[in-house]
Write a protein that binds this ligand. Structure first.
Ligand code: FAD
Length: 308
């Protein structure tokens, strides 16, 4: 049999090793079919049974973390589906059904991409072409990318992404909402950053979810749904465990203070909020309202729709 010809990574002397930016990735993942299979087994024997609750808590391993393995075809969704059925033959637990529906979302994203090959670059809903996105300043964008926005949940998520190549789903939603709503940045900027940094960066799931958050997608979250990173943090990381893991500057804070560090007198080395939540929320809602009015006036110009 002919052997595939390739370089060994050690021959690539140009890859930086000091500091070793890829250390967190190597610690977190075992790429390949064996790694995928053992992830699945760990999930079935552990978190699967409480998936409905556990999947929302970023401080615990409540999800399967199969996404990079699915992304690279190291395990197929069919296999996951059938092993789940074998493990839980009676289907008595609703949590298993919730997990299955997540696999269904993945398929849905692929269906969307199939029908809309430009999903990563074009608004699924063309009226969003008139949305008045604001170009974030270089400092704002960098703060978001580096996990220095001053909002602990967003920052912990962005740092988890940088260190491990993965971010918890609930935090992805909060971090993405912060970029497109509080900073009013075009969702394509966020999609591109996730594309470059996620180990599960997927041609379908990434743009479909970004468009879902932005409100421009199919079956999208309504634009006026703006995740409040503080409320989300208090609700889903009540004891601050996730925040402490990724933001060492805040590790000394108690479970109450850690969600709003700017209210504390002596916070060293952690930035003040890059933007205020109430005013940035109002700005986003006003921008959306202008889009709605614009849409309505276009509808009036083109006349009522005739059905028949
Ligand atoms: C802004 C944003 C960008 C995202 N980008 C990606 C991406 O590039 N690649 C990716 O695989 N997922 C993406 N997701 C979806 C979701 O966050 C991840 O699939 C999930 O966090 C992966 O972790 P897990 O394997 O532990 O998921 P589990 O909760 O264990 O779910 C099992 C599997 O279901 C699928 N799944 C779960 N949620 C979704 C979803 N919302 N959409 C599509 N499939 C889903 C994934 O294949 C996942 O591995 C994104 C979500 C958001 C909000």
């Amino acid at each position: 049999m002919k052997q595939a010809c390739s370089d060994a990574l050690t021959e690539w002397s140009l890859l930086p090793v000091s500091p070793d930016w890829s250390g967190g990735l190597a610690e977190t993942w075992e790429p390949g079919e064996a790694g995928a299979q053992s992830r699945l087994e760990d999930f079935l024997d552990g978190p699967a049974e409480d998936y409905g609750t556990g999947r929302d808590i970023p401080g615990v391993e409540g999800t399967s973390r199969l996404s990079p393995h699915l992304r690279f075809g190291e395990i197929s969704p069919f296999r996951v589906w059938h092993e789940l059925r074998r493990h839980f033959p009676r289907e008595t637990t609703p949590d298993v059904g919730i997990f299955r529906s997540e696999l269904g979302w993945r398929e849905f994203c692929w269906q969307l991409l199939y029908a809309n090959p430009q999903l990563a670059t074009r608004n699924y809903r063309p009226d969003f072409d008139r949305f008045e996105w604001q170009q974030p300043t270089a400092a704002e964008l960098e703060a978001w990318e580096q996990g220095r926005t001053g909002y602990p949940l967003v920052d912990a998520g962005m740092r988890q992404l940088w260190q491990t190549g993965w971010m918890h789903n609930r935090v992805r939603m909060a971090a993405a909402s912060f970029l497109v709503k509080n900073l009013l940045a075009d969702w394509r900027l966020g999609e591109a950053w996730f594309w470059d940094t996620l180990v599960d960066a997927d041609a379908a799931s990434n743009p479909a979810n970004w468009q879902w958050v932005a409100g421009s997608g199919a079956d999208a979250s309504p634009y006026f749904r703006i995740f409040n990173p503080v409320t989300q943090s208090k609700k889903f990381d009540a004891d601050g465990r996730y925040l402490r893991e990724f933001i060492p500057e805040l590790a000394h804070m108690d479970r109450r203070a850690i969600h709003e560090p700017w209210k504390q007198p002596d916070v060293q080395g952690y930035p003040a909020p890059v933007v205020g939540l109430p005013e940035s929320r109002e700005r986003a809602l006003a921008t959306y309202q202008r889009l709605r009015e614009d849409r309505q006036s276009q509808d009036n110009v083109s006349g009522p729709e005739i059905s028949g």
